[in-house]
Ligand binder design. Sequence first.
Ligand code: P6P
Length: 327
Amino acid sequence: MTLIKPSKRPTLSNYAADAWSDDSRYEGLNAIVQAIADGADQIEEKIRAATLADIIGTSGEVNVQGEIVQYLDTAASDTFVDVLSKSGRVAAIGSEEIEETVIVGDSLQHNLIVQMDPLDGSSNIDVAVSIGSIFGIWLRGDGEPATDDLLLKRGSQQVAAAYVVYGSSTVMVVAVENSVQGFTLDPEARQFILTHPDLRIPEKCSVYSANEGNFNKLDEATQKAFIELREKYSLRYVGSLVADFHRNLLKGGIFLYPGDPKSPEGKLRLQYEANPLGFIAEQAGGAAYSDKQRIMDIQPEHPHERTPLIIGNKDVVEQTMTIINKG
Ligand code: P6P
C-alpha cells in the first residue's frame, strides 16, 4: 500500500471529477459520493459532540446511554437522506433505520439508488469504539418506475459502494469496478484527502474476525470451520463490522458472521451491509459468500433481509465456506 506525500494528495472531489465524470456508467456518481462525504463530515462532528454532551449532560447527570445511540442512529439516517436527496441524482433510498422505501424522484436525472446502514455498530459509541456508515449504489434503468422494487436488485448489479469508518481517523473508502480508493478526513480543512490509493487486500490472510462467544450455538460444520481458523490465524474482533472489515482489507484477514440453527440467516443485512462490503471486497481482490453462495448473486426478497457473511481473503473465504457446507 503506497501512501502519497501530503502535498500531492488530491481531495475526494478532485479525484471523483477526474476519475468518473467522463465515464457514462458513472453518471451522477460524483454527486452521490460528494453527498456521502458531506454527510459523513456532519456525522463525525455529531458523534464527537453528542458523546461529550451526553456524558456531561445539561443537568450534570449521565443520561441513559441508550439515548445517545438512539439519537445518533436517527440523526445519521436523517442526515444522509437529506444530503442524498439534495444531490438530485437519487431516485430511492433504503435505510436500516427506515422500514419503508424513501422515494425521492423519478426524473431521468434521478438515475441512482442508494441502500445504507447509516450508523453501524452504534452501540459501541459510548465506549469510544470505532463505528461506521455503509452504502450500496445501484443504477435505476431508464423509465424504471421509482417503487419499492428498486431496493430488490442483486448485489452484482451495484455500480459502486462505499463505507466510512469513524475511528482514530475518519476514512471513507469508495469502490467502482476495478478501483478501491481510500480518503481520510482532514479535521481542519474538513475535506477528504486521497490517502490509500488503489487498495488491494494483501495476499496473506493474517487474522480471522468472529464472535467466538457464539461457538456453542453453531452447528458442527461451522464449529469445524472456526477450529480450523483458530489453528491458523490470530483472532481480531472489534464487534463493529466496518472496523473489522477495514482492518482486514488493509492488513489481510477474513470476517465471518455465520447463521446458526436458531438463526440460520445470521445477523447482518444483505442489501446495506453484505452487498456493499462484498462489492468492495471483490474489487480489492477478495471475496464475499454466505454459507451457500456468492453474496452478490443472492436475489433479495426483502430490503431488510439478513444473510450469513464470510468476507475477506478469497482463498480463505472459499475454504471456510466449503467446510461449513460439508455439513
Ligand atoms: P455481535 C453491530 O451491532 C453489528 O451489527 C456489526 O457492526 C457487528 O459486526 C455485529 O453486529 C456484532 O454482533 O453479535 O458479535 O455483537
